[in-house]
Ligand binder design. Structure first.
Ligand code: SF4
Ligand code: SF4
Length: 57
């Protein structure tokens, strides 16, 4: 499992700045998480103003 950023993303960059493994990068109109590197710490979900990062099954 890994966190995934939904289309709600405003591309503010707050999640990427706080990710301990730096696996969040700016994509096409929103930020994206590399599922191979995500350690499911939940930091991105906590800092996101719109709750875009969500844990995927
Ligand atoms: Fe990074 Fe943690 Fe979010 Fe995974 S859950 S993308 S490791 S901040
Ligand atoms: Fe998008 Fe939320 Fe990350 Fe901001 S903190 S870039 S709104 S996922």
């Amino acid at each position: 499992m890994a966190y995934k950023i939904s289309d709600e993303c405003l591309a503010c960059g707050a999640c990427a700045a706080g990710c301990p493994v730096e696996c969040i990068t700016e994509g096409d109109g929103k930020y994206v998480i590399d599922p191979e590197q995500c350690i499911e710490c939940g930091s991105c979900a906590e800092v996101c103003p719109v709750g875009a990062p969500q844990l995927e099954e």
